[in-house]
Design a binder for this molecule. Sequence first.
Ligand code: DAT
Ligand code: MG
Length: 155
Amino acid sequence: MAPFGSSRPWFRNIDFMDQVANQTFIMCKPDAVERGLVGEIISRIEQKGFSIVKMDQRVPTRALAEAHYEEHSDKPFYGELVDFLSRGPVVAMVVEGPSDNTFAVMRTLIGKTRVDDAQPGSIRGDFATSTNENLVHGSDAHESAAREILLWFPS
Ligand code: DAT
Ligand code: MG
């Protein structure tokens, strides 16, 4: 496999990639906090058997929201997405599992992106009624997990 995101300086640190190999970045988005679903989401993560190793509630700055969703900067919904993420408190977490598939298992727990596709039993399938406001973010790869963990928890 090619080195993780070798064009991106922060991934030249392979030690950091190793350090977070069993971890993923999870966030309860503003709609989850507004609707009082943070406890439910955390409960599902814990019941699955994963550990929350870092957690912080904060209102993301616009710059942080833009950087978080950088990969979508050319999409028509980017502005709306950044407005949404920065409109109130979020709960940012680093979630750890026993092996290096934590990000993938968490994506299954969260459910599909499109509201029409999110299966009952998943967080989005059980609680979300729109694609724009779908309660939870989860990293979609080892590389994005490392990038997002560093972005939200730089120390
Ligand atoms: P995911 O959150 O499942 O990783 P994504 O990275 O493709 O999904 O998109 C990020 C967020 O952007 C997603 O959670 C909801 C929003 N979004 C995605 N596609 C959208 C669309 N077609 N219209 C409006 N919002 C969209
Ligand atoms: Mg995504």
